[in-house]
Design a protein around this ligand. Sequence first.
Ligand code: OAD
Ligand code: ZN
Length: 272
Amino acid sequence: MEKLSFSQQTRQCAEYILEAASVVVLSGAGLSTNAGIPDFRGPRGIYRRLDIPEPKKIFERDFFDEDPSLFFRFYRDFLKELSDISPTYTHFFLAALEQKGKVGGIITQNIDSLHQKAGSRKVYEIHGGVHHTHCTSCNKEYSLSEATKKIVHEEIPRCYQCNGVLKPDIVFFGESVKNLGLCEKLAEKSDLFFVLGSSLTVTPAAFLPSLCRGKVVVINQGDVSTSYLEPQKISLLVDAELDSFFREVHRELQIRGLSLEIQDNFTSPENT
Ligand code: OAD
Ligand code: ZN
């Protein structure tokens, strides 16, 4: 693939957006780092920072069933962080693009609800989300606020009804992902597929971009696995910081007559 400069890449990306009828996005943890949530495998990611021998285990279902306390130590802090964070420029950019009728859907591996907070409506949380929690014994459902109260006060939150351990409806390793059929259909119908801030290492999400019959654009700072997406399927591969990239893409879109109403009220590394 020809090596393009940053401005050639932003121009190319803007042109792809203008030509597209159905943009589908697969977002990963890199999209939310500017909001203050660490990613998993980046240089300051959760898997490098957690002071435990095999950090990935905290998201393994078997390990949770043996000892859920380690997961809840992580999750308690995560819920606290969630209550006062705002979406990033890129989240708002995508919401504004949806307003223009360009977006077929946003498939997110993230559980932080930031796409919804930014105003996106067609959001598919393939790894689940924090909105619902259930009892692993009797299946009683708990709302986010009910579950949060318990998680804050109990080391291992337990069911009112049967004393079973509660578990949020987020997808662990060893469990099925959510909405897979729907996400596959979206990917197949898309003519422009963005992979944003994901190392593309976790399947089945990592298989989705290869289903697109149009252009695949990957924007990620750092390495992206090509195990599930052949390099020749990628029309544009950008190693850049997402918010800086999409600010520039928006300028290019404006020059070409597409102005998005982007709610830009957050602080990015660019303007700190
Ligand atoms: P990863 O942490 O694997 O990848 C995030 C990527 O984003 C890394 O390559 C970072 O370098 C990059 N990145 C970070 N900040 C960025 C920024 N501002 N601009 C551009 N790139 C940036 O996260 P995911 O691919 O989302 O699953 O991980 C997939 C799944 O693995 C997660 O959903 C989670 C995890 O285990 C489960 O827990 C089931
Ligand atoms: Zn119960």
